[in-house]
Write a protein that binds this ligand. Structure first.
Ligand SMILES: NC(=O)c1ccc[n+]([C@@H]2O[C@H](COP(=O)([O-])OP(=O)(O)OC[C@H]3O[C@@H](n4cnc5c(N)ncnc54)[C@H](O)[C@@H]3O)[C@@H](O)[C@H]2O)c1
Length: 411
């Protein structure tokens, strides 16, 4: 990257390629230049003439200062617009574990390429808020805490190309996916489209991962989710202590948070029930132990054990117990989530703000996420935290699961 500087301005030439018009990237590039007090001049624009052919843009940008130009280039990079003829990425060797050079490049969740030895290569294990480590001609995302002394880390903005996701015009669920957060009126459509996305992921031999909060149990979602696990539609469940506690309370005592599932009434002294459930699992040693001894005979976790579907219960400050299976070291819990998200084609987040945002942070932008929550602000929040590919469905999660399991299993 070579900035051309005059006393009153700094100039740079940037380039972008892709579905720039119909994905609204071009207008965002222009708006960003203006936002940073810049001016632009289109040097070349070649429009893609078919729905698959990309467009190509070459733009001269000018800002009043070097600082503004560096900020502008950082923003443009996220829109897939990088300095033309930028040369190789700049590598700095880390001298202490977990301590990166100050101007390390911090990733987005979008597909990224870096230029090493004059070759553009794809960055592996793409996720947001990571560093890029280059080793043996390969580049991969690494969390700050995983960086080791001796690692070669990319710094600055040279030799980095981000390729934003563009609209997939021919996708079956295009209308649904482009809607962002859908209202309750569209629940049945959203269910049908989600079922199609699940089928699509399975057809591509990719995983369907469920992220679920305890409200799945409170709203009667245990039976439909159990049916989906039994029918083979779920490859992993990522959750917290509460889902496990209330699922087991429901299985052993017929209540969730003391409320009877049969008639929705609070059971006398029912508030103890979830503690009795935890105690039962302590006696068995683990959820698996409780299934194997015959103590636990139904529920989401029971079905997981029976079908060999992995589940992760991540701990939190709110937890009672916690269950012996709950991972209380947060780094380990993140690692376990991350492991089961590898190879995911669709992630379905059901009524858990904490775990939905955490999961979104670990995924590359091309993995589809459907987030079901009664509160529209939650879906918006997941999306605002950088998980822009997320589609929100605003509805009761028990109702959604009931419709979804019927849509899948009736087929
Ligand atoms: N007893 C316990 O150990 C216990 C109890 C509760 C929570 N926790 C832990 O606390 C953490 C956060 O818990 P969380 O994930 O439940 O809280 P959260 O606030 O992150 O998420 C709950 C979500 O459910 C949504 N919701 C509520 N009713 C709904 C409905 N009918 N349909 C759809 N969505 C609905 C809310 O809008 C909210 O977004 C987790 O780690 C959990 O395991 C532990």
């Amino acid at each position: 990257m070579s900035l051309h500087t005059t006393p009153n301005s700094v100039q740079e030439t940037v380039e972008a390629q892709g579905h720039l018009i119909d994905s609204h990237i071009m207008e965002r590039i222009f708006d960003t230049v203006v936002e940073y007090q810049g001016r632009f001049e289109v040097e070349k624009f070649q429009i893609g003439r078919t729905n698959s052919e990309p467009s190509h843009l070459r733009l001269k940008v000018e800002t009043p200062s070097k600082e503004l130009m560096l900020q502008l280039l950082g923003q443009l990079l996220g829109l897939g617009c990088s300095p033309a003829d930028s040369g190789d990425a700049y590598l700095v060797t880390v001298d202490r574990d977990m301590c990166a050079p100050e101007d390390f490049y911090s990733t987005t969740n979008q597909r990224t390429q870096v230029r090493i030895n004059q070759q553009w290569i794809d960055v592996q294990k793409q996720r947001m808020d990571a560093l890029v480590v280059v080793e043996n001609g390969q580049a991969r995302c690494s969390r700050l805490r995983d960086v080791k002394a001796g690692d070669q880390v990319i710094t600055g903005m040279r030799g980095i190309r981000v390729i934003p996701e563009s609209k997939e015009r021919d996708r079956l669920a295009f209308a649904f996916m482009s809607n962002g957060i859908s209202s309750e009126r569209q629940v049945e459509t959203a269910v049908r489209q989600t079922a199609a996305l699940i089928e699509g992921a399975r057809a591509e031999k990719k995983k369907v991962v469920i992220v679920a909060g305890p409200v799945v149990v409170h709203t009667g979602g245990v039976v439909p989710l159990s049916n989906m696990i039994r029918a083979g539609f779920v490859d992993a469940i990522l959750s917290g202590n509460a889902l496990g506690v209330h699922d087991i309370e429901n299985a052993l005592l017929g209540t969730s948070l003391g409320v009877r599932q049969s008639d929705g009434r609070q059971e006398e002294h029912g508030h103890r029930n979830h503690m009795r459930a935890i105690n039962a699992i302590y006696h068995a040693g683990s959820v698996k132990g409780a299934v194997e001894s015959g103590r636990l005979k139904s529920g989401v976790l029971y079905e997981c054990v029976k079908a060999n579907v992995p589940f992760v219960l991540a701990g939190s400050l709110r937890d009672d117990g916690p269950l012996p299976d709950t991972i209380t070291d947060m780094n380990e819990a993140q690692d376990a989530y991350n492991e089961h998200l590898q190879g995911a084609g669709l992630v379905l987040c059901l009524g858990s703000m904490l775990h939905s945002i955490a999961t979104g942070n670990m995924l590359p932008s091309w993995v589809k996420i459907v987030c079901v929550d009664i509160n529209p602000a939650v879906a918006t929040k997941v999306s605002d935290r950088g998980t822009g590919q997320m589609v929100g469905v605003v509805t009761d999660v028990g109702l959604f699961l009931d419709l979804l399991s019927k849509a899948l299993i009736a087929k």
